[in-house]
Design a protein around this ligand. Structure first.
Ligand SMILES: Cc1cc2nc3c(=O)[nH]c(=O)nc-3n(C[C@H](O)[C@H](O)[C@H](O)COP(=O)(O)OP(=O)(O)OC[C@H]3O[C@@H](n4cnc5c(N)ncnc54)[C@H](O)[C@@H]3O)c2cc1C
Length: 437
């Protein structure tokens, strides 16, 4: 198929492919443009290559896990729910499984299978997918988007004009730019005078001031840590779960979630991270536990009596922080010293100096303002024929499959709106009016 199209979609990521699939269902002629040499490059790396494609929790949990603009998602998440996502993928031949935290994965554990079934369905429904084709500009006439100017191969200089009744921007955000998400859609929106909220990396590791300590603890994973973030003595955020020390700071699920939930400027001015290394024990119970271990190691040096309480990498650090001499015999550690040790366990204090960059961020916080977008159709309110779906929008959620569900739901809502518009005859009328295809 070539020539004229009903819909042009820029970006063959999760949202673009799903929208193409939905729009083509009712026979719309869909052109899907992707600047990479293959579709779904980011989808391929999701869920550590396993693709956590949605979450099987109740609807309410979904809204609780959407950090920014959850109300905007009300309509599309009800129109195409997590259950619809699971049903759809199963109908496309993808077996699914649900894991801890209601996270849904392909049974094969391969994200490539998600991409495979989507591509197969796109082909079956006659969607024309053009790879290595980069959308450079939108063509807007009389306040209506009627097509795009694109280059092929991507990065080349020869521009081709492609026309359609509707243009969908599914170019993603700014995170992991190596996958092709370089913020092009944000520039298109800005170019048309649409509001784009400030973008910053989210679900992203944090940098710490204690560089030397990070180097010593690098690779250490804490399976069940309590984390509290404080500024000027005020608690801003708290959580429990898994975290990891890296060469620059901290990462892992609780840290990534914190990066998404903390206020915008929190990391810029003396943000304190307190780690509770024994969240299941209160101070008194922990003291008893320490006493018990000390009793068993009575005649050993203090530094050799912590093996039952801490991972090996942390022991020398805790010895230093406690101020108890490493060579002191355990039987002579005082009550006061033990109290200091308990505080070190319960409030292992570090200073956050900032977030890592978009290169390591799972998601972009910020994007095309939802004020500009009709939440039922994903259509731009001020430019006819133009739609925005997926991560390019100012909507983001925590980890657990929620972000991909945002991509699927906004994509299907848009695809269905395109179908409906076409069925009411608008499409044909517009084509006659703007001719030239
Ligand atoms: C490491 C990592 C792991 C993740 N794991 C999960 C997970 O397990 N579960 C989950 O729910 N979410 C996960 N996410 C988030 C999820 O990947 C995104 O929410 C989702 O991919 C957004 O889909 P999208 O289609 O809007 O954008 P993208 O997937 O970014 O797709 C945009 C596409 O548009 C193309 N494009 C860009 N500009 C142009 C242009 N000018 N012309 C043509 N094409 C263009 C890009 O090449 C790209 O293919 C993860 C993210 C990362 C980075």
């Amino acid at each position: 198929m070539s020539g004229s199209f009903d819909v042009i979609i820029a970006g063959a990521g999760a949202a673009g492919m799903m929208c193409a699939l939905t729009a083509a269902e009712s026979g719309l002629r869909v052109l899907l443009l992707e600047k990479n040499e293959k579709a779904g490059k980011k989808l391929f790396i999701t869920g550590k290559g396993r693709c956590n494609l949605t979450n099987a929790s109740e609807q309410d949990t979904f809204f609780e896990n959407i950090v920014t603009n959850s109300r905007f998602m009300n309509s599309s998440l009800r129109r195409f729910t997590n259950e619809d996502t699971m049903r759809l993928f199963e109908s496309l031949g993808l077996k699914l499984k649900t894991e801890r935290g209601n996270r849904v994965f392909p049974a094969s554990d391969h994200s490539s299978d998600v991409i495979k079934v989507l591509l197969r369905a796109l082909e079956k429904r006659g969607v024309e997918l053009r790879l290595r084709t980069e959308v450079k500009e939108l063509i807007v006439r009389e306040g209506r988007c009627v097509g795009v100017r694109a280059v092929c191969p991507a990065g080349g200089s020869k521009r081709e004009e492609l026309f359609a009744d509707s243009v969908v921007i599914a170019t993603g955000g700014l995170s992991y730019p190596s996958t092709g998400s370089t913020g092009d859609g944000l520039d298109f929106a800005k170019g048309l005078g649409l509001e784009v909220t400030e973008c910053r990396p989210s679900l992203v590791p944090m940098k710490l001031r204690e560089e030397e300590l990070c180097r010593r603890l690098q690779g250490l994973s804490l399976k069940n840590a309590g984390v509290t973030f404080e500024r000027a003595g005020k608690k801003l955020y708290g959580d429990f779960g898994e975290m990891l020390f890296t060469h620059f700071g901290v990462s892992g699920p609780v840290i990534l979630s914190a990066s998404a939930s903390l206020p915008r400027d929190a990391c810029e001015s003396g943000l304190i991270l307190k780690i509770d290394l024994k969240p299941a024990l209160d101070d008194q119970t922990l003291d008893k536990r320490i006493l018990r271990d000390f009793k068993e190691n009575e005649n050993r040096n203090f530094a050799n009596a912590l093996n039952g309480l801490l991972p090996a990498k942390l022991i020398p650090v805790m010895v230093e922080r406690s101020g108890i001499p490493a060579g002191k015999k355990v039987h002579s550690v005082t009550k006061e010293e033990r109290k200091r040790l308990v505080t070190c366990f319960k409030e292992f204090e570090l200073t956050v100096t900032g977030l890592r960059g978009f290169e390591e961020a799972v998601i972009t916080k910020g994007g095309v303002s939802v004020k500009e977008i009709d939440p039922k159709t994903m259509g731009a309110k001020r430019v006819g024929g133009l739609y925005f779906i997926g991560e390019v929008l100012d909507v983001d959620a925590l980890t657990g499959g929620f972000n991909l569900q945002i991509a699927w739901s906004t994509a299907v809502s848009c695809g269905r709106a395109l179908q409906e518009q076409f069925e009411t005859g608008n499409g044909r009328a517009l084509r006659e009016r703007f001719g030239n295809r």
